[in-house]
Ligand binder design. Structure first.
Ligand code: A5A
Ligand code: ZN
Length: 486
């Protein structure tokens, strides 16, 4: 009752209120609220609240990254507060983060002797401990990750899930190796893990080596995973950094090698955040709301009785189907509310439920359910006797369709260019590829000229192209990708 009243008073929360996806920014913000992912009304800029439904999506998404990492990483947990003395050790790292750090200066009324940073990332919390933990080559490699909140005083426009001041779902891994080459292999492995992760979310990715001026502060180099958002801007959804022995030197992380000599260790770190969920929502969602791959959908199947008059028979059939599916471990909602079917369809479509099962008198007579796919709207029937198989078969199709659709959209919006004018034109709708000699001055001039960033040279492609650098005209085999970025 109460709900009905508010609905009448606030017509903007009605059916027509989700903006079309082509108005991406409005669509995104409204969908987070209507889909009950995030509440953006928390009274601190850049901080948002996970609704229970959104949190469940987060839980399922992060279960995948945990599963992938747990194969050969250990999960741990380090403190949120970092003493200024540790934080200030690595010069490049400080330079990169000093304008983004929140400081704790007081305990109650007392001013602290040593200020404490809220971690913007945890190198300086973890590496003092690695100094203690690493003794000999036999202790290596170490591969540890944690999933925590981190704080960054972002000055660019904040956006829910995309640019946060409290990143609530920061998965950071920190590894220690004997040699530089082993660390380099780990960076490759990290990128592979992230690609597997995003493949499970049906999100296509572009992997590239960031230009030197855009690498992680304190790293030798940075590999980045990006995806293309509907508004034609790319979003960096993961990074893996080769830290060389830069941090080992400042934090004195050494091991005794086989010859009994002390050596500096080599390190990597790699991270993802809830941007993964921003990408998931943005890439798959449509004008009707959320669309989820079955693996992460909080509700995987909704069952809706189609009743003409009161029918215990249909209700019972729906219950039996729900039980059968739940027995197979599926997440099922049987919507028994007395709303009209149309209103129910609308609600569960908004929530991204991959399959809707309708059971009416005719279905029951034929011993089938009508099955409607959320991803493409297709409608057919499945035998009640084999309902779990029918459902799982369609889950597979949905997963593939979502990925293929997203992948072909990405390909369609990726253009080979030979001049900066062409780049300028193409990046308003997507991603541009253009020869680049690889020199810093040329790269910066290219960014300046088109008003967009160089993501980097795509993985596996150095030396694969041919053309002339648009700035110095030198012939080059390297191709850079350029895009407007978040
Ligand atoms: N220690 C390493 C792993 C690190 O901090 N790397 S990073 O700065 O690149 O962050 C890892 C990932 O977190 C980024 O690739 C980006 O996807 C995400 N991220 C960074 N800042 C963010 C912010 N303010 N809000 C949401 N996600 C963010
Ligand atoms: Zn050049």
């Amino acid at each position: 009752m109460a709900e009905k009243k508010t609905k009448e008073k606030q017509p903007e929360v009605k059916k027509s209120s989700l903006p079309v996806k082509s108005n991406f920014s409005e669509w995104y913000n409204e969908l987070l609220l209507m889909g009950e992912i995030m509440d953006v009304r928390y009274p601190v800029k850049g901080l948002y609240v996970w609704f229970p439904f959104g949190f469940e999506l987060r839980k399922r998404t992060y279960a995948i990254i945990r599963e992938l990492l747990d194969k050969d990483h250990k999960e741990a947990l380090f403190p949120l507060l970092i003493p200024e003395t540790e934080f200030m050790k690595e010069a490049e790292h400080i330079k990169g983060f000093e304008n983004e750090v929140y400081w704790v200066t007081h305990g109650g009324q007392n001013e602290l002797d040593v200020k404490l940073a809220l971690r913007p990332t945890s190198e300086t919390a973890i590496y003092p401990m690695y100094k203690v933990w690493v003794r000999s080559h036999a202790d290596l490699p170490i591969k540890i990750y944690q999933i925590v909140n981190t704080f960054r005083y972002e000055t660019k426009h904040t956006r829910p899930l995309i640019r946060l001041r409290e990143i609530t779902s920061f998965k950071e891994a920190h590894t220690v190796h004997a040699t530089w080459d082993e660390a380099a292999d780990q960076v490759k492995e990290a990128v592979r893990i992230y690609q597997d992760f995003y493949r499970r979310l049906a999100i296509p990715t572009i992997v590239s080596k960031r230009p030197d001026w855009d690498k992680f502060p304190g790293a030798d180099y940075t590999m980045a995973v990006d995806t293309l958002m509907p508004d034609a801007r790319t979003l960096q959804i993961g990074t893996a950094h080769h830290l060389g022995n830069n941090f080992a030197k400042t934090f004195d992380i050494k091991y005794e090698d086989l010859n009994g000599e002390q050596q500096y260790a080599h390190q990597t770190c790699y991270g993802i955040s809830e941007r993964s969920i921003a990408a998931l929502i943005s890439i798959h969602g449509d004008d009707r709301g959320l669309v989820f791959p079955p693996e992460v959908a909080p509700v995987q199947v909704v069952i809706i009785p189609v009743l003409f008059g009161k029918s215990d028979e249909i209700i019972n059939a729906c219950r039996t189907v729900a039980d059968k599916l739940r027995e197979k471990g599926l997440r099922v909602t049987f919507d028994e509310t007395d709303e009209r079917p149309g209103a129910k369809y609308y609600r569960w479509e908004m929530k991204g439920v991959p399959l809707r099962l309708e059971i009416g008198p005719r279905d029951l007579k034929n011993n089938v359910a009508t099955i409607v796919r959320r991803d493409n709207g297709s409608k057919d029937t499945g035998l009640l006797d084999h309902i779990a198989e029918e459902v799982n078969k369609r889950f597979e199709l949905i997963r593939e369709n979502l990925f293929n659709k997203a992948q072909s959209q990405l390909k369609e919006r990726m253009h080979d260019c030979s001049s900066l004018d062409q780049v300028k034109e193409k990046i308003s709708a997507g991603i541009a590829r253009i020869p680049w000699c690889g020199e810093r001055e040329c790269g910066l001039a290219m960014e300046e000229a088109v008003g967009a960033g160089i993501l980097g040279i795509p993985e596996g492609e150095p030396g694969k192209g041919t053309g002339n650098c648009p700035i110095c005209r030198k012939e080059t085999k390297n191709i850079a990708i350029m895009a407007k970025t978040y």
